[in-house]
Design a protein around this ligand. Structure first.
Ligand SMILES: [Zn+2]
Ligand SMILES: [Zn+2]
Length: 388
């Protein structure tokens, strides 16, 4: 059966690669991925999927379904297609939609002698607002038993964890004044922002060592001869544990209050994005890596222990899920880089689209063909969640 799936995917190679290149050539950002979303949904519709465009308040999100028979496993296939401003497709998201949609159509055409359902979700704005967070809140993903994804990378592997994340915007409101003639009348918003950053530096010593804290000034307050009336900063806090991070967030909020008190200014603290850490499903990771070896994908590496943050974590908190990384750049290459952009339309990237689809199609078949696998995955997921 896997040979049939591989053959069906090879027949689609040029069409999938054309889509990948077209999405690469027209990078779209932050929920405005209209071209990519249209390409992918048209492809799924042409191939017999029932498509809903614009779901959960996201115009470029979509859901596409194919069902055979009644009952059976519901395989979820999720893809992203947003790029990075100023860089373009520096995270390789242009490869995901073609890979996932190719997988979905091959699973339909394979016409297994079993009941099953394939549900494809297009999930916008991963790099910025993380559509999967509100898509879950709006009721998406409840209709799948397992969530599968593909992401290009420097090695072919799976992840064990991801960092929980809280992003903040902090705005201090002071009082402007002439910095030489009447400084006593001013209250500096910039002083408060610098005190806030210093507070984060002192906090750094007293947190668990996987904690990450980074910040930047996102609005510059003006010339030096005017006491700055407004200063805006951005702060990101991360940890592999959401519980640990919640306490770091509480202490950060105290730092902001303290900074405002010291500078005698007002503040606004806006939490922009909250991600939970991924719950691993080791049994699913194993099936995926078995399928990686079976299709001869290059560059198989160890499980990734050190990872960034992703809104896929907010899905894998609710069900067994896994994103396979497929090699298309040299080992050690960082994502969000010019190297990723330069490799975006390479033979290696084109191959990664196909290899990713073969791995995920093979994995889906392993779950569909044996009725006991789904329960094993859920048992494993529940155990990992209890220990997280
Ligand atoms: Zn990224
Ligand atoms: Zn990414």
């Amino acid at each position: 059966m896997k040979d049939t799936l591989y053959r069906l995917l090879e027949e689609k190679r040029s069409e999938l690669i054309q889509m990948s290149d077209a999405i690469f050539d027209d990078p779209e950002y932050d929920g405005e991925e209209y071209h990519a979303s249209a390409l992918l949904t048209d492809y799924l519709e042409r191939n017999g999927f029932a498509v809903e465009r614009g779901i959960a308040g996201w115009p470029t999100a979509f859901r596409a379904v194919y069902r055979k028979g009644s009952g059976g496993v519901r395989i979820g296939l999720l893809c992203e297609y947003d790029a990075l401003r100023q860089l373009g497709h520096g995270c390789g998201h242009h490869m995901q939609g073609p890979c996932i949609c190719g997988t979905a159509v091959a699973l339909k055409e394979a016409d297994f002698d079993k009941p099953y359902e394939i549900v494809v979700y297009g999930t916008p704005a991963e790099e910025t607002r993380g559509a999967k967070i509100t898509m879950w809140e709006e009721g998406c993903f409840r209709d799948i038993d397992v969530a599968l994804m593909m992401h290009g990378g420097p090695d072919t592997c799976v992840d064990e964890k991801s960092l929980a994340l809280s992003n903040y915007q902090v705005i201090f409101h002071g009082k402007g004044a002439h910095a030489a003639l009447a400084p006593e009348q001013g209250r500096s918003a910039l002083d408060a922002l610098l005190l806030c950053f210093n507070g984060v530096e002192f906090l750094r010593e007293h947190v668990r060592e996987d904690t990450r804290m980074h910040y930047t000034i996102s609005e510059t307050p003006g010339p030096s001869n005017v006491v700055p009336a407004r200063a805006v900063g951005a702060v990101s806090l991360r940890s592999y544990s959401r519980d640990v991070l919640n306490d770091v967030c509480r202490r950060f909020e105290q730092i902001v209050q303290g900074a405002a008190l010291m500078a005698d200014v007002q503040y606004e603290l806006i939490q922009e994005k909250g991600l939970v850490n991924k719950i691993p499903c080791y049994a699913l990771n194993d099936i995926i890596m078995d399928n990686a070896r079976a299709c001869g994908v290059p560059g198989i590496g160890p499980v990734r222990k050190k990872t960034g943050s992703t809104d896929f974590g907010n899905v894998t908190n609710h069900m067994p899920g896994c994103c396979v990384r497929v090699k298309f750049v040299p080992s050690g290459t960082s994502s969000h880089s010019q190297e990723y952009v330069d490799a975006g339309k390479s033979d290696a990237a084109h191959d990664a689209v196909l290899y990713g689809a073969k791995i995920l199609a093979g994995t889906a078949w392993d779950i569909i063909r044996d009725d006991t696998v789904k329960d094993k995955l859920w048992e494993d997921f529940r155990r990992a969640k209890a220990n997280a």
